[in-house]
Design a protein around this ligand. Sequence first.
Ligand SMILES: C[S@@+](CC[C@H](N)C(=O)[O-])C[C@H]1O[C@@H](n2cnc3c(N)ncnc32)[C@H](O)[C@@H]1O
Length: 282
Amino acid sequence: MMPARQLFLTLLCAVSAALAPAAWAQSKSADATYVPQRGQAGKDVIWIPTPQGLIDKMLEVTRVGSDDLVYDLGAGDGIIAITAAGRHGARAVGIEYNPQMADYARRKVAEAGLSNKVSIITGDIFKEDFSAATVVTLYLYPDLNMRLRPSILAMKPGTRVVSHAFTMGDWEPDETVSDQSARAFYWMVPAQIEGEWTLNGLEGMPVNLSFRQSFQQIGGMATIQGVSQPLVGARLRGDELSFKMSLPDRQLVSFTGRVKASTISGTLNTPSANLSAEARRK
Ligand SMILES: C[S@@+](CC[C@H](N)C(=O)[O-])C[C@H]1O[C@@H](n2cnc3c(N)ncnc32)[C@H](O)[C@@H]1O
């Protein structure tokens, strides 16, 4: 059953989509007295602000800090960007289609004294480039999340993504956070490792690795000296990969490393030594 709040937003979004072209045809240029109304039409989704309590949880779960560049897609009054900069020291960019709303958000940014850290772009989230973000925040609509998903999955592995209320289809969240009746879903963009790799590092014993992948869920096989075995505890978080496998003498070794394009660099921990190891895509 869809929760009442989500049902309400869904219905409002449907109405908004139907009314949007007329609303935009009548849109006027921004003015200093403009005050947005909850539920007002937007290009692809209406404006309802995320409650401050949930914003705090969203920025906590993404561990936003001063090194981050946060993009809020569909920025509304700029509250997420303002909180990311004001409370977490991040730089933040909000993308907002409605020029009056974008101007209003800029006023809020200026009032918060954050114009040096926050910029509000008047633009369309489907046209603007947000690939530089280290953290992406969303409060949109399920089908908009799905339209954005390919661009999000193509971002740098390790990019953190958090979406108020709506999921990303079959890409399972890494975590869910909630505040009162509001919920948000958190993901980390995984590196792409599916396929065949050769791991070198064990003296005279190259290991063939074969990975299967569904988003952040991975599994695979290791083949050493012609003998194949399933990888144990294979885990991928962003670009961080770890797994265990047995050597021909049955000793268990663990690998931890980082994926960078067609190379995985890391360490093989054997009972007798920690060895540098590198895997290359075949
Ligand atoms: C549900 S509100 C979320 C506002 C803010 N992110 C928050 O969580 O408080 C969605 C916002 O997206 C804006 N919007 C809708 N379609 C858009 C598009 N294609 N590009 C940019 N902004 C859009 C709406 O005007 C509205 O302000």
